[in-house]
Design a protein around this ligand. Structure first.
Ligand SMILES: Nc1ncnc2c1ncn2[C@@H]1O[C@H](COP(=O)(O)OP(=O)(O)OP(=O)(O)O)[C@@H](O)[C@H]1O
Ligand SMILES: [Mg+2]
Length: 249
């Protein structure tokens, strides 16, 4: 089979924030039409990397290409969707008004908005003001605002935080269906069991890429089918500068 074209390509990517180096020379690719998980401890640089990919974070050096263009290029505006870690919607507008508003910026129809709202399970709350929603509901409005634009590349920063297990499972099914129909997804998460939904994983630690592997390879390298434990094993080995060994409970 010919190699799958990369949706994102980074080489020796360095990013600083407030003059502090955060990402220290990352080399990786993200396959198109697949779900890639971005995993790493708090503060490892996941959000910083996502911001660089969508073009709201200046890169210090190296290259970062997104859908064949330099990250942040104007033509990517309609092709790249980004859902930030904290919900970013207009709290004085209804659920429906928010989703329609974001949709309108990308040429989406009212039917597209209805569909995106249903996708995140908020049909019963379309007329409610965003200010009067729960935290999980609010983050789902943000997600619907990204889905409505049908981006070719969707960057989701911890999209399942605060969601119940049923909704989380439904969302992963939705993400899988989107990938199957050609959308590229890059999803960050703290929840290791969610790694199993990804075709490929990027493990970040202190702004460096520890590994790019599949969930099966993570389990093998970390000596555990429990991905959380496997991940811990790899992180701890990196801390010690050693080969991975099994994590004892
Ligand atoms: N605006 C900023 N100015 C300076 N440093 C920042 C800024 N934002 C984040 N940092 C630092 O950059 C590093 C990476 O932060 P980042 O938000 O990318 O981590 P993360 O992996 O997304 O963490 P989390 O899982 O907690 O969301 C951290 O050390 C953080 O303190
Ligand atoms: Mg973050």
């Amino acid at each position: 089979m010919p190699p799958r074209p990369a949706a994102i390509q980074a080489s020796d990517l360095k990013v600083s924030r407030a003059r502090t180096a955060i990402l220290h020379g990352l080399d990786f690719t993200v396959d198109s039409a697949r779900i890639t998980g971005l995993l790493g401890p708090s503060g490892s640089g996941k959000t910083t990397l996502m911001r660089a990919i969508v073009g709201v974070q200046r890169i210090t050096s190296g290259t970062l290409r997104v859908l064949g263009l330099p990250a942040g290029s104007a033509p990517l505006r309609h092709d790249v969707g980004y859902v930030t870690q904290s919900a970013s919607v207009y709290v004085d507008l209804s659920v429906e008004a928010n989703v329609r508003y974001f949709g309108a910026m990308h040429g989406a129809t009212a039917a597209d908005a209805t569909e995106a709202i249903a996708a995140v399970g908020l049909q019963a709350l379309t007329r409610r003001k965003a200010a009067d929603l729960s935290g999980g509901q609010l983050s789902r409005v943000s997600l619907a605002c990204a889905l409505v634009a049908h981006p070719r590349l969707l960057i989701l920063d911890e999209p399942t935080v605060g969601l119940d297990p049923v909704l989380r499972a439904e969302l992963w099914e939705r993400f899988a269906a989107m990938a199957a129909s050609g959308t590229t997804l890059l999803v960050s998460s703290h929840v290791m069991e969610e790694a199993s939904h990804c075709a490929s994983l990027l493990l970040l630690r202190d702004g460096m890429l520890l590994a790019r592997l599949t969930p099966a390879e993570l389990a093998e390298r970390g000596h555990s089918s429990d991905l959380e434990r496997a991940f811990l094993s790899i992180i701890r080995a990196a801390d010690r500068g050693q080969e991975e060994s099994p994590v004892t409970p």
